[in-house]
Design a protein around this ligand. Structure first.
Ligand SMILES: Cc1ncc(C[n+]2csc(CCOP(=O)(O)OP(=O)(O)O)c2C)c(N)n1
Length: 291
């Protein structure tokens, strides 16, 4: 158990890639937590890189079970705490986008349906990073992954990223938010807010992945900022189903999506018309999330 001032709940002694966006985001999440918190973690990079036996980087009670069922483990923990009359201890689930959008989704939906007081955090690397960058339901249009390779006749993924915020909102969640590793203080603030609200909450954080995005190890924060500043991945907050905060506000000055795409290896094959398609997606967001 590590307990120094800067990294109380997640020690830097893990073996994630240097500059990993998911670890930047996870550190920001940890700064929003209090010691009376129990974490259930799905399989994925965050779990694998922080728990190489016999060591652990975690300074909070932390449990890993299967890739698909972290939310059910959390439900069990919440039920046991409630049975003991402990409604104060917080329960948090952490998972990657593969675990969240795809393989764990049925059980997450059940957890939300039951209205349990649990915060779910999705670290969205836009692919199954830990097993070698396979496409997930969060992979964006045009991205090269090992299961959607670009080639002479292929532009990479032809799917549109699944709108998981809308799906979370359809479950009637009290608090739904989106952030990116480019804005660690925004992440910390949203975690604190989610934990103040009674009931289920969901925070999704874009977490740039060096090998997956084919970017340099000092670029995670920069791409996290560009994702927001192009409108592709705005900072959002829904309270009781209503959009209550958005980075697309009166101060928003959109940067062209090419600024975000051009130096990422996963998008380097895109032609002008493909970039245009992605610009249209950002423009749609700018209309949809304007506040
Ligand atoms: C049922 C099951 N299928 C597949 C795997 C192999 N597996 C382990 S981690 C992982 C990728 C996780 O991807 P994601 O949830 O996006 O998290 P990331 O690694 O990107 O943080 C996969 C496919 C597994 N552990 N269990």
């Amino acid at each position: 158990m590590q307990n120094n001032k800067t990294n109380k709940f997640l020690s830097p002694g893990h073996n994630a890639c240097a500059g990993c966006g998911q670890l930047v985001a996870a550190q920001a999440v940890m700064r929003g937590l209090t010691p009376d918190t129990i974490i259930a973690n799905a399989t994925g990079c965050l779990e694998v890189t922080t728990t190489a036996y016999p060591q652990s980087a975690w300074g909070l009670p932390w449990i890993h079970s299967l890739f698909e069922n972290a939310s059910s483990v959390a439900s069990g923990i919440r039920a046991a705490l409630n049975k003991k009359g402990d409604f104060k201890t917080k329960v948090v689930v952490q998972g990657g986008d593969g675990g969240t959008y795809d393989i764990g989704f049925g059980l997450i939906s059940g957890m939300w349906e039951r209205g349990e007081n649990i915060l779910y955090i999705c670290y969205d690397t836009e692919a199954y990073s830990n097993t070698g960058i396979q496409a997930s339901g969060a992979t964006p249009y045009g991205a090269d992954t090992t299961t959607t390779p670009e080639g002479l006749k292929a532009i990479g993924s032809t799917q549109r990223k699944k709108d998981l915020l809308a799906i979370a909102l359809a479950h009637g969640l009290n608090y739904v938010a989106q952030s990116t590793a480019g804005f660690p203080d925004d992440i910390t603030r949203k975690v604190k807010k989610a934990l103040e609200i009674n009931g289920p909450s969901y925070i999704q954080i874009l977490s740039p992945c060096m090998p997956g995005w084919k970017v340099k190890n000092d670029e995670a924060v920069m791409f996290g900022k560009l994702a927001v500043n192009t409108g592709l991945y705005p900072l959002l907050e829904y309270t009781n189903g209503v959009l209550s905060a958005s980075s697309i506000n009166s101060n928003f000055q959109a940067k062209p999506v090419s600024d975000y795409l051009k130096s990422q290896g996963r998008f380097k094959h895109l032609k002008d018309e493909d970039i245009e398609t992605i610009q249209n997606l950002a423009d749609e967001n700018i209309k949809k999330y304007r506040i």
